[in-house]
Structures are given as structure tokens and as C-alpha cells.
Design a protein around this ligand. Structure first.
Ligand code: GRF
Length: 192
């Protein structure tokens, strides 16, 4: 039976794009839905261009109702992939999809995680601490920011003259390379 993925994203969606492309020809795994909380976000346009259904989230409905669970179940979603989704995932959703929500974080957790640690904030903090390496972490989602079980990490070196922007570029490259294959492996494991 086909496994359906929902990607939650609110930004430009470069990771979402990579994941959609990666599974494009796959007869067992399909990105069936992109959920976004920002009207006009780049990720919506690219999902539409790829013919992937989109759903716009309203904050109140997301936190005060559980309607989203029905929406996801109606589409037989077996895995939620957070790719640049900044809202804290509410308890009802974590429970309904226990062990079935993955997130990517642009640093080597447990360092540089938690509230406020997103986007360039992360890379600036890494630079300010004069770290010699950064990287990516793909982890399961629980009810705290960035604290679920770690599934995969990959590091990249930071050179003395690298600016936060350079670190961001290196990290994003790692995300594009590894996120989709890690999602694929995780789905295979879920099935067996
Ligand atoms: C990525 O850096 C990811 O680690 C973080 O949000 C960013 C999303 O970038 N969670 P994009 O929208 O996929 O380009």
C-alpha cells in the first residue's frame, strides 16, 4: 500500500521541493499534502506547481480544534515531515501521530535548539560561540521544541572566515542532501 507524506512548511520550501522531487517517481511513497501557515509563502506556489494539494492553517483552528487530524487521516497520511514549520506542534497532533512526525533542525542538537532558535538566529549563535563545526539534526517531534529522539545527524566544518550566511549555506546543502533519504528510510522502518 502507498505511504502518504504531509509536509508542513511555512517558508520558501526548498526542503519541501527536494522531498517532492525525490519521491516523484516512487510508486510506494508520495508527498500528498503540503500544510502551510503563511498565506503567500513560497512553498505554496511550488506545491501547486507540482500538483500537490495544499492546506492553509489558521492558528485558532490549529490550536483550538483537532480538525486537522481528520484532514490528515482522510488523506491516509502516515508521516508528517516538518520542513521549516515554526509553530509548536500541539499535543493532540503529537498523540495522533506518535512516532510519525519528523523535523529537521539546522544545527547539531542538543546545542542551538529550543525556542527562538530558528533560521539565521541559529547560525549567528553558532558563529558567536566560535564553533568549529555545525550541521543538521533530523529528529522525532514531541511536545517540546527540538527535543524528540534524534534519528540522524551530519556535520560540516566551519572555517575561521565563514560568516553566519556561509554556515547557513553549508547547512542547507546538507539538508537538501540528506532529508529525503532519511525520510525514506524511516518510512521503510515504520512499515516493517
Ligand atoms: C531549514 O533550514 C530547516 O532546517 C528549518 O527551516 C529551514 C527551512 O528552509 N527548520 P526551506 O524553507 O526548506 O528552504
Amino acid at each position: 500500500m502507498k505511504q502518504h507524506i504531509a509536509i508542513f512548511a511555512s517558508g520558501t520550501g526548498s526542503n519541501a521541493k527536494k522531498i517532492i522531487e525525490y519521491f516523484w517517481d516512487n510508486s510506494n511513497i508520495k508527498v500528498s499534502l503540503v500544510v502551510c501557515n503563511k498565506p503567500g509563502a513560497g512553498v505554496l506556489a511550488l506545491a501547486e506547481a507540482a500538483g500537490v494539494e495544499t492546506l492553509l492553517l489558521r492558528r485558532q483552528a490549529f490550536y483550538e480544534t483537532e480538525a486537522l487530524v481528520d484532514e490528515l487521516q482522510a488523506r491516509h497520511i502516515s508521516l508528517i515531515v516538518l520542513a521549516g514549520f515554526l509553530w509548536l506542534v500541539p499535543g493532540y497532533l503529537v498523540q495522533a501521530f506518535e512516532g510519525r512526525i519528523l523535523n529537521i533542525h539546522p544545527a547539531l542538537l542538543p546545542n542551538y535548539g529550543g525556542k527562538g532558535m530558528y533560521g539565521m538566529n541559529v547560525h549567528r549563535a553558532v558563529k558567536a560561540a566560535a564553533e568549529r563545526e555545525s550541521g543538521i539534526t533530523i529528529h522525532l517531534v514531541d511536545q517540546a521544541y527540538d527535543e524528540g529522539r534524534i534519528l540522524f545527524q551530519q556535520s560540516c566544518p566551519i572555517e575561521a572566515l565563514d560568516r553566519p550566511e556561509d554556515i547557513a549555506r553549508k547547512v542547507l546543502q546538507l539538508e537538501h542532501e540528506h532529508f529525503a533519504p532519511v525520510v525514506e528510510n524511516y518510512l521503510k522502518q515504520l512499515k516493517s
